[in-house]
Structure formats: structure tokens, C-alpha cells
Design a protein around this ligand. Structure first.
Ligand SMILES: [Mn+2]
Length: 335
């Protein structure tokens, strides 16, 4: 499975072996997802957590923010492994950070990187800073759950339905419903279905369920969208803002869905959604169709991500942020 992915198979084999040994011998394991976890992050943490608990380890799963588990992801935590950050051990024997490119993305739990006896980083972000003592980092993997499954195979863990559900949740979301999945990844998905994952139920809960207020929010936000054909090196930029007033009682899931609609504009290579997080504070999501590397633009602006999906945080007026973004996209490499 790895032949089409890892650049150095021998090194990968060594890292996988070391990670498996580390996890195999741990009696207490703290698994941490990035702040505002998505299905890949929480699915990775919970699948590995379920497997390790079944093997007798004490397991905690947590994330720095928000205080509550996102609604659409609650169904993944069948064994109540998720605890609030203040219940995570002060000095974990083994800390596993999943789907997290940098320690700052662990939020209030980032200090555990220093207090843990060992830190395993499992991730697929190209911008990963390798901040652990052990690493399973492969930017060629479509999702972190792919790497978790590889680790589970190395540990000879048999998949059950709850684990398969968690892994499938990360796979279906991070591959945009398998549009960006390599042949081998479809084979992995087949294994997860055989282990009991229900693709229709998982996708409906994760992707196709929103409160009624979502429709009014979309009306306002999409009505403000603007197209700049000359931007993004002449390939086109479409952008809009999501203001705090637009999303009053809505969940992260509703806000996160906006970029997937904005990016459908055929005239634009790049889509940007500026989400207001406070007065003159923004969290910006970037998507590219195929020709521009938006992770380079995001990195230049202090963020990170993948070639076709990236983001950054910014301060200033929306127009200030757009100005900086236009300049960064003008310098972004084509692929
Ligand atoms: Mn991911």
C-alpha cells in the first residue's frame, strides 16, 4: 500500500516499527486532536483509542477547543473516551497527537508535548513540524486515518464496527467523498465497510445534516460572494465573509460548509472564506481546484495546510486580509 506514497520506504518501515513498539508497550495513552477537531482528527484519535483500550490500556481522548464535542462527531465516541482538557493527565506516559501539523494547533493542550514521556505525531500535513519524539508523518496520505489504520495493522488489531466507523469518517471527509482517493484508499474503504461501517449513515450525519438556520446563513453569506478573475495569478479568486452575526447559534459544521459551496464557482481557481472570530480577527479557509498551491500562500501568512486546502488566522479589516491574501496568491507556485 505504501509503494505509491512514502518517499523512503525503509525509513517509513523503521518509523512504523518504532511507533508500533511505543504504542504496544504503553499502559496509559493520551490521544489529542487539533483544536476544532474534524472527522479525520477525532476519528483517528478515537479509532486508536478504542483499539488500545480493548488491549487493556488506560485511554484519554481530548482536544483544546471548543468545550463540547462537535455535534456531528458525537456518534464516533461510542465508549465515552473523550474528556475535557483539564481531565487529561498532567504528565502523560504517551501522548499521541493526530492530524496536527504544529504543537500550537493543540491549543491549551500543547504544553503536554513537554510533560509527556514520549510523543507520537501521526499526521499527513505537508507543513508538519515533527514536534514529537516519534513520527508517522506522510504528506502523501489522503487522511490521518490511513496512517492510523497502518499502525493498527502493525499492531495486528482486528477492526470492529466502532473503529471502522471512526476511520471511515476521516476517510470520507478528508478525500471529499473519495474524489481525491487513490486506488489503494478505496481498498482501505472496502475493508472498513466489511468491518461494519455504514457509509450512508456516516455521510448523512457528517455532511448532509444541518439545522434550518443554515439556509438563512447561506443566503446572507453567499449573497456577499465576490469574483476577482484577475486575482490568483489570473486564475480567478472567489471570496466571501462569514460574520459573527451570520452564525449566531450555528455550529462549526455549518460555518465549515460554506467554503465547499463557494469553491464551486467555475470561474475561480481559488476560493477563500474569511470567518470573523472577533473584532478585526479572522480565520481564513482556502481551497484550490488543481493549479495553485494554496498551502504556500497560507504558510506565507502564518498558517499552513495542504496544496489544495489550507488556512491561516489574520487580524485587520476584511479588506486588509484580502489585500494580503491577493499578494500571497500572486506569489503562490502553480502545480
Ligand atoms: Mn486530516
Amino acid at each position: 500500500m505504501m509503494t505509491d506514497r512514502a518517499q523512503d520506504r525503509e525509513l517509513w518501515g523503521r518509523e512504523l516499527g518504532a511507533a508500533a513498539k511505543l504504542v504496544d508497550s504503553a499502559t496509559d495513552v493520551t490521544l489529542v486532536a487539533h483544536v476544532h477537531p474534524d472527522a479525520d482528527a477525532l476519528g483517528s484519535a478515537l479509532a486508536l483509542g478504542l483499539a488500545l483500550r480493548r488491549r487493556g490500556a488506560a485511554v484519554w481522548v481530548s482536544f483544546g477547543a471548543p468545550a463540547q464535542t462537535p455535534d456531528s462527531l458525537r456518534g464516533l465516541d461510542v465508549a465515552d473516551l473523550i474528556v475535557p482538557p483539564d481531565q487529561v493527565p498532567e504528565r502523560p506516559e504517551l501522548l499521541v497527537a493526530v492530524d496536527t501539523g504544529s504543537r500550537s494547533r493543540l491549543g491549551c493542550l500543547s504544553g503536554r508535548v513537554d510533560t509527556a514521556s514520549a510523543v507520537l505525531v501521526i499526521d499527513h500535513h505537508a507543513t508538519n513540524e515533527r514536534f514529537g519524539t516519534h513520527h508517522l508523518v506522510d504528506p502523501g496520505a489522503e487522511a490521518t486515518v490511513v496512517l492510523v489504520l497502518e499502525l493498527l495493522d502493525a499492531l495486528e488489531v482486528g477492526l470492529d464496527e466502532p473503529m471502522a466507523r471512526c476511520l471511515y469518517a476521516g476517510l470520507v471527509t478528508d478525500t471529499s467523498c473519495f474524489r481525491r482517493a487513490a486506488p489503494g484508499t478505496h481498498v482501505l474503504a472496502a475493508r472498513l465497510l466489511a468491518a461494519g461501517a455504514d457509509p450512508n449513515a456516516i455521510a448523512r450525519e457528517l455532511l448532509d445534516t444541518h439545522p434550518f438556520g443554515w439556509l438563512a446563513m447561506l443566503g446572507a453569506v453567499l449573497g456577499r460572494a465576490r469574483l476577482e478573475p484577475a486575482a490568483a495569478r489570473g486564475l480567478g479568486l472567489v471570496h466571501t465573509t462569514v460574520l459573527l452575526a451570520d452564525v449566531a447559534d450555528l455550529r462549526d459544521e455549518e460555518v465549515g460548509s460554506v467554503v465547499d459551496l463557494v469553491r464551486t464557482a467555475s470561474e475561480a481557481e481559488v476560493a477563500a472564506v474569511l470567518k470573523e472570530t472577533g473584532p478585526d480577527r479572522w480565520s481564513v479557509s482556502l481551497r484550490a481546484r488543481q493549479r495553485l498551491d494554496v498551502s504556500a500562500a497560507a504558510a506565507e501568512l502564518g498558517g499552513g495546510g495542504h496544496r489544495l486546502a489550507a488556512g491561516f488566522a489574520a487580524e485587520g479589516t476584511a479588506e486588509d486580509v484580502l489585500g494580503a491574501l491577493r499578494a500571497a496568491l500572486h506569489r503562490a507556485p502553480t502545480v
